[in-house]
Design a protein around this ligand. Structure first.
Ligand code: AMP
Length: 431
């Protein structure tokens, strides 16, 4: 199938050709024709499926390519909400690329940077607003932005936004939008909360699901190397030195761990950078840029900082630690094996992380081969029944945080809630 048959204008087709897109991805083929009719859309799609173009192209077509209504007032006509600053910046970049041959102004509004320039941009007027909920609320409270002209609303990574505690902000924002509008909700998973949100704020949405829930790209090879925790650094270096030219994204469970590992890799002669929540927005943007242009080869990231990172065709993702929550494994390796490319997910797993590995295998519904590397074999076998590790804090420290969360009902929900309260509140404030 080609993009020509989807009902898009020449200006958009030309921009897509320049991007090197030859055929639509499954979510694009399914979503674009429906969205072009103006119907509400509830789409199940993860990062890496091409979901950004799936909502951005019909949005641009309906508002700016097909319609001639260019009002004199520069109130925004489309609003795209995303959970993180990185995703907002990336969606904004993609929208700008696709809109290259249209007369459209877009801006990204997110926290962690000064309000001043954003305020000026908003006051000058902009057609498409890409924003994180927290910072958008700040601007709404200061009356810097008038949302009464919004015709299309997109909620991107809806499940993540709810995970991060943005539900109240989203409800406030939705309450100030015109009722007469098109709403598109994209989410990797459809928990009850997402369904409730959809039922409350959407009109008879068409539901589209391209990847089964919790599935990962079939082109990704998963490998586990069992190794003692104390020898992970050396093993990583050994693996990286076998092919040091390849861009590699390495996941660390903690910010401190990411910094330490990055320092070690740098000292070992590998150009590396770390991105996590304690880094300034400027430092994160710089690291991502240098990783993309090949100036650094290793990017060490924590889960929250890596969410939604748009890095093309990453051949390898390494889990230096396994994530505490099995779902995060899927988000991590969503960066590899994109758009049909081959990808490799390598996990260094210490004996005491066996339980986390078991959770991941259950979620993937797939066995993962264990592959010992000669000279790095662990001192004992993986323990699949060990209690889940607790980021170095005593277990009861986690329990102490529990009153912030609702009583978990399912084992996965329990793991989620235990590890997320602090993350959620921090990001909800900052983003
Ligand atoms: P997304 O899921 O929106 O984050 O997109 C994942 C990656 O796939 C991005 O780098 C896009 O630029 C790329 N992409 C999206 N649609 C296509 C397409 N039809 N052909 C080739 N690449 C695409």
């Amino acid at each position: 199938m080609s993009f020509d048959t989807l009902g898009l204008s020449p200006a958009l087709l030309r921009a897509l050709a320049e991007q090197g897109y030859t055929s639509p991805t499954p979510i694009q083929s399914a979503a674009i024709p429906v969205a072009l009719t103006g119907r509400d859309l509830l789409a199940g799609a993860q990062t890496g499926t091409g979901k950004t173009a799936a909502f951005a192209l019909p949005l641009l077509e309906r508002l700016f390519a097909a319609s001639r209504a260019q009002g004199a007032s520069r109130r925004p006509r489309a609003l795209i909400l995303t959970p993180t600053r990185e995703l907002a910046a990336q969606v904004h970049d993609s929208v700008r690329d696709y809109a290259k041959y249209l007369r459209v102004s877009t801006t990204a509004i997110f926290g962690g940077v000064g309000m001043g320039p954003q305020t000026q941009t908003l006051r000058r007027g902009v057609d498409i607003l890409v924003a994180t909920p927290g910072r958008l609320m700040d601007h709404m409270e200061r009356r810097n932005v008038d949302l009464s002209g919004i015709e299309i609303l997109v909620l991107d990574e809806g499940d993540r936004m709810l995970d991060m505690g943005f539900l109240p902000a989203i409800k406030r924002i939705l309450g100030s939008l015109p009722k007469q509008r098109q709403t598109m909700l994209f989410s990797a998973t459809f928990a009850d909360e997402i369904k409730r949100l959809a039922a409350q704020f959407m009109r008879d949405p068409e539901e589209i699901q391209v990847a089964a829930r919790n599935s990962v790209a079939a082109t990704v090879t998963h490998t586990v190397h069992p190794v003692d925790a104390a020898r992970k650094r050396d093993l990583l270096l050994h693996l990286l030195s076998q092919d040091s030219r390849r861009q590699t994204l390495v996941f660390s469970r903690t910010k401190h761990g990411a910094d330490k590992l990055c320092k070690f890799l740098e000292q070992s002669g590998l150009r590396s950078a770390a991105i996590h929540g304690n880094k300034s927005q400027g430092a994160r943007t710089k690291a991502l840029k240098e990783f993309k242009n090949g100036k650094i080869t290793i990017l060490v990231a924590t889960d929250i900082a890596a969410r939604g990172l748009d890095i093309d065709q990453l051949p390898i993702v390494v889990n230096f630690d396994l994530p505490m929550v099995a779902e995060d494994y899927i988000h991590r390796i969503g960066r590899t094996g994109r758009a049909g490319a081959e990808g490799s997910a390598i996990s260094l797993v210490a004996p005491e992380e066996g339980r986390l590995l078991r959770d991941i295998k259950r979620l993937l519904k797939q066995e993962i081969a264990l592959e010992n590397i000669a000279g790095y074999e662990p001192s004992r076998p993986l323990n699949f029944d060990a209690p889940r590790p607790t980021n170095g804090k005593p277990r009861n420290a986690n329990h102490a945080r529990r009153p912030h969360s609702h009583a978990p009902s399912k084992p996965h929900a329990a793991a989620n809630k235990q590890s997320r309260p602090w993350r959620g509140s921090r990001d909800a404030r900052k983003a």
